[in-house]
Design a binder for this molecule. Structure first.
Ligand code: SF4
Length: 316
C-alpha cells in the first residue's frame, strides 16, 4: 500500500493470535494512528492524506469493526473529500462482520474488505461479504507447517468466488518473538522474516499456479522497506520544504548552518541557525559560519542522524 495512507483505527481486538505483529504500545489500546502519527480526530486522516497525496487508505488495527461507527464515518469523510475513486480497503477477522455491519460499510463506499479469518467460524462472514458491492479478499500470514491449512483455505476461497488471497511472510516482532521462538520459529533474514515462512508461501503458490484465483505473496522486507519508503517519498514530495533533499530511503536530509550572517535568501531561520538545502554547501558564504550539520530525519520529524561537517576537526 505504498501510495495509500495507513489508518490504524484502534488497537482493540477480540482475538489474541500468538503471532500478532501489532506492537505492545498499540495492541489493545483504543488509540488511532495515521501512518506513524498518533491522531485524535477523524479529520487528521484527511489532513495526512493531503500531505502525502494518498491514492487511498487501508484501515487496520486491532479489529477495526470493533469501532464500526468510527470506521463508517471515516470512510464517508474520505469519500466526500477525495471522491469515489479514492480506494479504501479494510482488514478484519470477520468476528464482528454481521450483515448489518457489512451493509453499513458497503453503503459508506468501502471498496475492498480483506479477511484474516483467525477461526474457522469466521468464514461465514466472508460468504456474507460476497453478497455486497465490494471486493472480497483474504489476507493471512504464511505460518510454517500450515501449508495444508492454507491450501484448504485457498480451495475454499476459489469455490466461493473470493477475489484474491494475499499471503504475508510471518514477521518476528518485539511483541511476538517469544511466542514464535517457543514454537521453534526464528528470524530468517536481516529484517524480520520468520524462517520457513517464505518456503511455506512458495509451496502454496506453486500448488495453485494454474488456478484462476489471484494469489499474492508479500515479504516482510517488501512491506517494511518498499511500502514504507514509497509512503515517505510521497509525503516528502508533496509536503517537503524547499530545503529538504529526499534520499532514496525516503528520508529528508537538510543542512543546519550556525551563523550570525543573514542567510534568509537561502533558507529558513531557526534560532541562531538556518536550515538550508545540502546542495548549497559549495556556494555558502563561509564568513561567520561557526558550524554546519547534516541532519537526516523521517518525514514526521524524528531525527535519524546528525553529522557535523564543518569545522571538520570537531567531527568524530
Ligand atoms: S486478529 Fe490481527 S490484531 Fe488481532 S490478535 Fe490476531 S493478528 Fe493481532
Amino acid at each position: 500500500m505504498g501510495g495509500k495512507m495507513v489508518v490504524f483505527i484502534s488497537g482493540e481486538c477480540g482475538d489474541s493470535c500468538y503471532y500478532c505483529p501489532v506492537s505492545e504500545g498499540r495492541f489493545g489500546k483504543d488509540q488511532a494512528y495515521v501512518n506513524e502519527l498518533k491522531v485524535s480526530d477523524l479529520y487528521d486522516f484527511v489532513h495526512e492524506s493531503y500531505r502525502m497525496n494518498a491514492l487511498g487508505a487501508g484501515i487496520t488495527g486491532g479489529d477495526p469493526l470493533l469501532h464500526l461507527d468510527r470506521v463508517v464515518e471515516l470512510i464517508t469523510i474520505l469519500k466526500d473529500e477525495f471522491g469515489k475513486s479514492y480506494h479504501v480497503h479494510l482488514y478484519t477477522t470477520g468476528r464482528y462482520a454481521t450483515n448489518d455491519a457489512l451493509s453499513e460499510l458497503a453503503k459508506a463506499g468501502l471498496d475492498e474488505i480483506r479477511f484474516h479469518p483467525t477461526k474457522i467460524q469466521y468464514l461465514s462472514a466472508i460468504e456474507r461479504a460476497l453478497k455486497f458491492q465490494m471486493d472480497v479478499g483474504i489476507e493471512i500470514p504464511a505460518i510454517p507447517g500450515e501449508e495444508e491449512k492454507i491450501s484448504n483455505l485457498i480451495k475454499w476461497a476459489k469455490e466461493k468466488g473470493v477475489k484474491f488471497v494475499n499471503i504475508n511472510e510471518l514477521e518476528l516482532t518485539e511483541r511476538n518473538f517469544q511466542n514464535l521462538n517457543t514454537k521453534g520459529l526464528r528470524v530468517s533474514h536481516g529484517l524480520a522474516g520468520v524462517s520457513g515462512s517464505f518456503q511455506t508461501s512458495l509451496m502454496v503458490l506453486e500448488k495453485f499456479s494454474e488456478s484462476e484465483i489471484s494469489l499474492h505473496y508479500c515479504s516482510s522486507v517488501y512491506k517494511d522497506v518498499v511500502e514504507t519508503r514509497t509512503r515517505f517519498i510521497r509525503t516528502l514530495r508533496v509536503s517537503g520544504k524547499p530545503y529538504e533533499e529526499i534520499s532514496g530511503e525516503g528520508t529528508s536530509v537538510r543542512m543546519l548552518v550556525k551563523t550570525n550572517q543573514d542567510l534568509s535568501e537561502l533558507g529558513e531561520r531557526r534560532g541562531d541557525s538556518y536550515i538550508i538545502h545540502p546542495s548549497m554547501l559549495d556556494s555558502l558564504p563561509m564568513n561567520n559560519v561557526t558550524e554546519i550539520w547534516l541532519i537526516e530525519q523521517l518525514p514526521y520529524g524524528q531525527k535519524i542522524s546528525e553529522k557535523l561537517i564543518y569545522p571538520k576537526s570537531k567531527n568524530s
